[in-house]
Design a protein around this ligand. Structure first.
Ligand code: FAD
Length: 409
């Protein structure tokens, strides 16, 4: 099948043989997984990452995996294939990134009110939590440590010839309907194809390619060092806090003795620089108060990370995975929302097949075709001219996605 690949002089040489060279913009779980699956097909990848592998959501997510929770949605087959691939990768690559199967529960709690008495109550949760349902078994739910998984995928990609290049992608070099290179901090590297996988920062690529808008929805999390006492279980709790607000904290004890808890979403603006992502004022304190109420193991445990990150979301909620419309050798893989860690392996596999063979074999990518959504008009992306020292933010409004890269004092 014709992939549209025409060698254009990139540096992809293996044993004197010219191989395809793919430039992947973004070193999150999606970029690293694409690099790995290209690598096992003998295709050279260079991952260009601005800040550090897994520095954003891919390092700060829960790492929860579910086989069938996306059933009945466009993501069903991607999720099921990914769940199977996670198990295979954990077995095949021989690295420990905290993969294990879990039993997963649902419960409810109200601030300060003893409620225990649910059919499935767990000893590691407090008396205020009534656990009412088993949501998943070791057949259907699992977890990874997302930063460790992403780093391991990148290392495995490097073992297959991939390179990691630290630098900020600032634009693409075009030759009519083809991309021939990526600009990194003023320098250009040549390649045969480019993949935009910059999570919520993929919105910046709408200035370079006809791409739909991508938004970032912020979430907060805490990681506690609780010792090794918590079993392989996860809990999704509906919690009414002291002010009457309902939060839905997710608790993921990890094999390393830590417990990850996330909750409290916000529509705060996405900083232009991933290194500038920080929790909203007061959000960590609110989350900590919830955690103290949910589990005695958390009330006394040391906090080892207080963090926030942005889920990448396309306008209709489904990922964007495929060829950029009208550009022969440009691809996008983003918008995985709350399931990016789960869906990274099958996304990587499908993208590698699409780039190498012209079509994905295991997954029907048509529900994720970027052409289903209108491209973001670059004229709506306004760059305010600012002093070099000014902090920039990408402001976003989900209802009316006028994107402004504007100065902040
Ligand atoms: C609180 C929270 C909990 C979550 N829990 C789960 C979970 O339990 N299970 C699950 O499956 N998913 C979960 N997710 C979702 C998951 O984290 C994301 O879908 C996934 O990490 C997205 O990966 P990505 O590679 O697309 O983007 P990112 O991880 O955002 O990576 C994008 C990369 O691009 C880089 N970049 C940005 N701009 C540039 C540039 N100009 N040049 C070069 N590089 C650039 C960034 O530095 C970053 O490393 C969670 C998300 C949040 C916020």
């Amino acid at each position: 099948m014709d992939s549209g690949f025409r060698p254009s002089g990139g540096p992809g040489m293996t044993n004197g043989v010219r191989v395809m060279h793919v430039l992947i913009c973004g070193g999150g779980v999606i970029g690293a997984s694409i690099a790995y699956f290209l690598g096992i097909r003998g295709i050279k990848a260079t991952v260009i990452e601005r800040t550090g592998i897994a520095c954003a959501a891919s390092g700060k997510a829960g790492g929860f995996l579910a086989r069938d929770w996306c059933d009945g949605t466009p993501v069903q087959h991607l999720a099921r294939r990914s769940f199977a691939l996670h198990a295979e990768l954990a077995e095949q690559l021989g690295e420990d990134w905290g993969y294990r199967r879990l039993t997963t529960y649902r419960g409810g709690a109200s601030f300060g009110t003893p409620r225990r008495g649910g059919a499935y109550d767990r000893g590691w949760l407090s008396a205020g939590v009534a656990v009412t349902q088993a949501l998943g078994s070791t057949e259907t739910t699992a977890q990874v440590h997302p930063a460790a998984f992403t780093a391991a995928m990148m290392r495995a990609a490097q073992a297959h010839g991939a390179e990691l290049r630290l630098g900020r992608v600032t634009g693409l070099v075009r030759d009519r309907a083809r991309v021939v290179g990526v600009k990194i901090d003023g320098e250009t590297i040549a390649g045969d194809a480019v993949v935009i996988a910059m999570g919520p920062w993929s919105v910046l690529a709408a200035a370079w390619l006809p791409l739909p808008a991508v938004f970032g929805l912020k979430g907060h999390s805490l990681v506690f060092d609780a010792g090794a006492s918590v079993p392989a279980e996860a809990a999704f709790i509906e919690y009414r806090d002291a002010s009457g607000d309902v939060q839905t904290p997710e608790l993921f004890p990890r094999p390393d003795g830590t417990i990850y808890v996330c909750a409290i979403s916000s529509e705060s603006p996405l900083p232009l620089d991933p290194a500038d992502v920080a929790p909203d004022p007061g959000a960590i304190e609110r989350l900590h108060a919830i955690c103290r109420d949910l589990s005695p193991a958390l009330a006394s445990a040391k906090i080892v990370a207080r963090q926030a990150c942005f889920r990448p979301i396309a306008r209709d909620g489904a990922p964007l995975i495929g060829r950029v419309p009208g550009v022969d050798n440009a691809y996008v893989a983003t918008g995985h929302s709350v399931w990016g860690i789960l869906n990274a392996p099958a996304t990587g596999e499908a993208m590698a097949e699409l780039i190498a063979d012209g079509a994905a074999r295991n997954i029907d990518l048509s529900p994720f075709d970027p052409a289903r959504l209108p491209p973001l008009d670059p004229a709506r992306m306004r760059r305010a001219v600012t002093p070099a020292t000014a902090r920039a933010v990408v402001q976003q409004a989900v209802a009316d996605p006028v994107i402004a890269i504007a100065s902040a004092p």
